[in-house]
Design a protein around this ligand. Structure first.
Ligand SMILES: [Zn+2]
Length: 119
């Protein structure tokens, strides 16, 4: 049913439609600190992104996984490259990194989710 066009990883990273691989899933930002707005359907193939109410609740699990992965990578970098760092700095650094990537996580988790469950 779903016609996959182009490279899957490239489509996810460039936030393209899971059906045609050309249309953008999110609206273009008009301001720098604007929260991302998802389109209702693809501009090229009219593929509906939000299938049903609550469809993207599952994307929270992906977002959680991405945040844990970022926290783990931050911890490992701090632990091995900066061993003299005070213990209290680690959770603060990890929280800062997760907060810094939160908007990107939001977009990436939804994109990954519609690529996993495209119908
Ligand atoms: Zn499309």
């Amino acid at each position: 049913m779903a016609i996959q066009k182009g490279n899957l990883v490239l489509n996810i990273l460039t936030e393209k439609c899971p059906h045609c691989g050309k249309g953008h899933v999110f609206e273009k930002k008009s301001e720098v600190f604007q929260f991302p707005v998802m389109r209702k359907s693809c501009e090229i193939c009219d593929f509906k992104f939000d299938r049903e109410p609550g469809y993207f609740i599952g994307a929270m699990y992906i977002s959680y996984g991405l945040a844990v992965l970022q926290g783990l990578i931050t911890f490992l970098i701090c632990f091995f490259l900066f061993p003299s760092l005070p213990t209290i700095a680690l959770p603060l650094l990890i929280a800062s990194v997760i907060l810094l990537f939160s908007v990107k996580n939001y977009k990436l988790s939804r994109i990954i989710y519609i690529h996993i469950f495209p119908w």
